[in-house]
Ligand binder design. Structure first.
Ligand SMILES: [Fe+2]
Ligand SMILES: [Fe+2]
Length: 462
């Protein structure tokens, strides 16, 4: 069954998704944080036959209307025209008047319901089952374990209860112990094995729910936190950020995570005297996209300083661009390709390559939907694979048409890629710079390249 769930409250939406995935065995939840995106999704899938699991079911938090351009009444009418057989459930936090605003609410579908929030999990379960299966007399017993999407475990690093992996219908094996820390790589290993859900005992569910709402693992004071703590926060925060942005776009939670990541990077830069030491910190990490994003940010911000071009606004732009430039790329092997003539491209299938060569545009389009991000972030993302030879992608821009701040980012990005290829060996910087000197000698790259020499001297001195 396909479920459209629209709620601007990120934590509540995620928690309700957990409920729904436990209530309905085979369901596909499509989350949205405003009505406009949900309607666009319904429109895109208008002609499609409903999924093999049955009909679409729409849940909306009435408060989401404040976050949306379209009126709730209009959304309801349009959604009903697209999916007339889909029951509609309105989650109401503040006594929203259905009769005045949603004229045909009770007529369009016999199962349409208003549910008042907050609601206990057991009542939520009963309500949803009654809406979807009104003829079923007795409801099945609640299972002994509740499944929780793996992604939710990136919110903390210490579970409040034992966590299990399901081996078969009746067999569960413990993967994390209550109160014992796990690392991001423990979660990544499970992800690699295609583990989508972990399980907790039903009796622990209440505790788990509270920990999602009260969790402050990603809160920190960058002045007081140690470098190791900051790296741990970055590690978990980045995993969540890419997942949320890829799945949902920039919800409030994604914005918050981006800001926290930026604060943690800045905290790390302030704590570490030498750039070389910082580069070494990120060396050989397990997640290429993660190392790559943070190293780009660190190097680009240092270049701005060396060029005497540093300002809080530019730092903000370059930091956002570093974190987000490859956010639409899911294959880390492809992310390492920086030119369209790279021979490694032949290892991938044609469509994958085509898609990859468009990722700067895709990223740009994603960013331009969010006016709170400085405009320049989009420009940098769009241009991050352009080059001084004019043979970059997607636009093969000539260097004079490349933005100066993009040039800073491009050089930082190329340097990170080159360092990675050399496995961050200390003496490789000189060789890389020699190669760069014959390429980056045209404007707007020239000045940036000159600043790169300071970096070499600094790293040799340190
Ligand atoms: Fe990149
Ligand atoms: Fe890229």
């Amino acid at each position: 069954m396909d479920i459209i769930y629209i709620d601007h409250n990120d934590k509540q939406r995620q928690l309700h998704r957990i409920y729904l995935e436990n209530i309905l065995d085979e369901c596909q939840v499509h989350e949205f944080f405003n009505l406009d995106e949900a309607l666009a999704y319904l429109n895109q899938n208008k002609g499609k036959v409903e999924s093999k699991f049955g009909f679409t079911f729409i849940l909306v938090n009435s408060n989401t209307r404040e976050n949306s351009k379209i009126e709730l009444g209009d959304f309801f009418e349009k959604a009903h025209t697209i999916r007339p057989t889909a029951p509609f459930c309105l989650l109401d936090e503040e006594g929203f008047s259905v009769n005045n605003s949603l004229k045909n609410f009770n007529h369009y579908h016999p199962s349409n319901r208003v549910v008042t929030l907050p609601i206990a999990p057991a009542d939520f379960r009963m309500t949803i089952l009654r809406i979807l299966y009104p003829d079923r007399m007795s409801l099945e017993a609640t299972p002994a374990y509740q499944k929780i999407r793996l992604f939710n475990f990136f919110r903390f690093n210490k579970p409040h209860c034992n966590v299990y992996l399901k081996l078969s219908r009746l067999k569960y094996v413990k993967v994390f112990n209550e109160g014992v820390k796990y690392s991001r790589s423990d979660l990544e290993k499970l992800k690699l094995k295609d583990v989508e859900f972990l399980y907790i005992r039903n009796a622990d569910f209440q505790k788990f729910q509270v920990s999602i709402f009260r969790n402050n693992f990603l809160e920190f004071d960058s002045q007081k936190a140690t470098a190791d703590e900051l790296k741990e926060k970055l590690d978990f925060g980045h995993a969540m950020l890419s997942e949320i942005v890829r799945r949902l776009g920039f919800s409030e939670e994604a914005i918050e995570l981006t800001q926290k990541s930026l604060a943690a990077i800045q905290g790390l830069i302030d704590k570490e005297e030498s750039l070389d030491a910082l580069i070494q910190e990120f060396r050989g990490g397990e997640d290429y996209l993660y190392d790559h994003s943070y190293l780009c940010c660190i190097i680009a911000s240092d270049l701005l300083k060396q060029m005497n071009w540093w300002s809080p606004e530019r730092l903000e732009i370059i930091s956002f661009a570093s974190l987000l430039h490859d956010v639409t790329v899911s294959n880390p092997k492809l992310a390492k390709v920086s030119s369209k003539d790279d021979p490694t491209l032949s290892q991938f299938d044609e469509n994958e390559v085509k898609e990859y060569l468009l990722h700067p545009l895709e990223g740009f389009e994603l960013i331009s939907k969010y006016p709170f991000l400085p405009e320049k972030v989009g420009t940098i993302i769009c241009q991050h694979h352009e080059n001084p030879e004019g043979t970059g992608f997607p636009s093969s821009l000539r260097p004079q048409n490349i933005d100066r701040l993009s040039a800073v980012f491009i050089i930082a990005h190329e340097l990170v890629n080159a360092l990675e290829k050399e496995n961050y060996e200390g003496n490789s910087l000189e060789v890389i710079l020699l190669d760069f000197s014959s390429r980056y000698n045209v404007s707007p790259f020239k000045e940036v390249f000159e600043a790169l020499h300071f970096l070499n001297e600094k790293s040799v001195a340190s």
